[in-house]
Design a protein around this ligand. Structure first.
Ligand SMILES: CCCCCCCCCCC/C=C/C(=O)SCCNC(=O)CCNC(=O)[C@H](O)C(C)(C)COP(=O)(O)OP(=O)(O)OC[C@H]1O[C@@H](n2cnc3c(N)ncnc32)[C@H](O)[C@@H]1OP(=O)(O)O
Length: 392
């Protein structure tokens, strides 16, 4: 654009327009003759505008006002009545341009459309997932897109078993998601499993201070981990892509919505493992499904199909595996466009009165488990798995 007669000009955008479109005050080298949009530029902008994604009402009003000013000059029609909301908004926008010359309005219209075209070009380019991935996680893939933060457990070869590192990374990711600009947060798994629960090799790296110390630090980790779910302020959705075991099932009672593939199963074999319930399930499960059904799961380790879990209220909706991802993400993208503050506040209203109680239950369950981990029943069950003598 820099010609021999070029000079630096600041494109004219009203401040309010610049703010709402987030168009920087561009500094461009243009020739004197190029400063004014020709009738041809204006007509081409008029055609271009029809191809744009809906830019929202505020921008549409600005386009309308500039169009009227460019073609008819200052506002010359009577003010519509106060209840004629749409026509009044249009009139106000046009009238606000005062005596802006027609040529300037034409130029501003062309500039506005060109700004919109370039921003919609760049937003329509889909970045590969590797580029969207947040750095710093080894056991997760965390991405933010379409106002959704997705936390995906990423140890598919180990059925997304949860190592101490994964617990810590999930806590970090939840804390970051609670502060980022996403509207909703999703936990899901990569591969054929949602998660096989606690990685039983967590029981093997015993520190020199002994198993008691390990159990103590394990109980602190568990308590902190579950606290993050109790306190999470935004809508939290589980996308259960396959079988779920142990702690990956129990914390579902702390989610706001649980979508499951029809391949998913829900299994809490605590007695088989010499352990006891966590994730506040000793409270949430009886509340969700009634004490008898909760006891079958939490005491006798009954594995539920997705349909059964849905019938008992643990799962919100079940989808055929073949269309699971497509259907769920289409729905979540629509939900993520709802006003985020309203969603947060609704969640608070629904959940806040239970928070104190849930923290107390979490503390108690963690304390009981700390003792269970030292029992022979638990040691034998873990040894049987690790020496390949037993699986669930
Ligand atoms: C003092 C202790 C402190 C600990 C601190 C912990 C802090 C918080 C604790 C919270 C309490 C949580 C409790 C629970 O979650 S209880 C549930 C635990 N989960 C299990 O018992 C599942 C065990 N896994 C299995 O039974 C089977 O693997 C499974 C049925 C899930 C799948 O069977 P399949 O035949 O399809 O696949 P593989 O067994 O071949 O699995 C593939 C590889 O993945 C490994 N794997 C799977 N799950 C786990 C697991 N939970 N822990 C460790 N490893 C797991 C499996 O060994 C295979 O590995 P290899 O390929 O290397 O053999």
């Amino acid at each position: 654009m820099a010609g021999s007669a070029g000079r630096v000009v600041r494109r004219w955008y009203p401040n309010v327009l610049r703010r709402s479109l987030q168009v920087p005050a561009l500094q461009l080298h243009v020739s004197k003759t190029a400063m004014r949009a020709s009738q041809k530029d204006f007509e081409s902008a008029l055609s271009q505008v029809k191809l744009l994604k809906d830019p929202g009402n505020e921008v549409k009003l600005k386009l309308y006002a500039l169009y009227k000013q460019a073609t008819e000059g200052p506002c010359n029609t009577p003010k519509p009545g106060v209840f004629d909301l749409i026509n009044k908004a249009k009139w106000d926008a046009w009238n606000a341009l005062g005596s802006l010359p027609k040529e300037t309005a034409r130029q501003n219209y062309v500039d506005l459309v060109s700004g919109l075209s370039s921003s919609s070009d760049s937003s329509s380019q889909v970045k590969p997932e590797a580029d969207r991935k947040q750095p710093g996680y080894e056991t997760l893939v965390v991405t933010s897109e379409d106002s959704i933060t997705k936390i995906m457990m990423n140890r598919p070869a180990k059925k997304n078993a949860m190592t101490t590192q994964m617990y810590n990374e999930i806590m970090l990711a939840l804390k970051a998601a609670s502060k980022d600009d996403s509207a909703i947060t999703v936990l899901t798994g990569n591969g054929d499993y949602y998660s096989s629960g606690n990685d039983l090799s967590n029981f093997t790296d015993i520190p020199p201070e002994g198993i008691e110390e390990k159990a103590k630090s394990g109980a602190i980790l568990l308590r902190d981990f579950v606290d993050c779910f109790i306190d999470f302020p935004k809508p939290l959705i589980a996308v259960v892509n396959g079988p779920a075991v142990g702690i990956s099932v129990t914390i579902l009672g702390l989610f706001d919505t649980v979508y499951a593939s029809n391949r998913a199963t829900f299994h809490t074999p605590f007695s088989h493992l010499g352990q006891s319930p966590e994730g506040c399930s000793s409270y949430t499960f009886p509340k969700i499904m009634g004490p008898a059904k909760a006891a079958e799961m939490l005491i006798f380790g009954k594995k539920l199909t997705a349909a059964e879990a849905c019938a008992q209220g643990l799962v919100t909706e079940v989808f055929p595996d073949s269309t699971f991802q497509k259907e769920v993400w289409t729905r979540l993208k629509a939900y993520s466009k709802l006003p985020p503050n309203a969603m947060r506040i609704s969640k608070q209203v629904i959940r806040n009165r239970e928070k104190e109680k849930l923290h107390a239950i979490n503390a108690e369950e963690s304390r009981v488990l700390q003792e269970r981990w030292l029992s022979d029943e638990c040691t034998n069950a873990v040894m049987n798995f690790l020496t390949r003598k037993a699986k669930l």
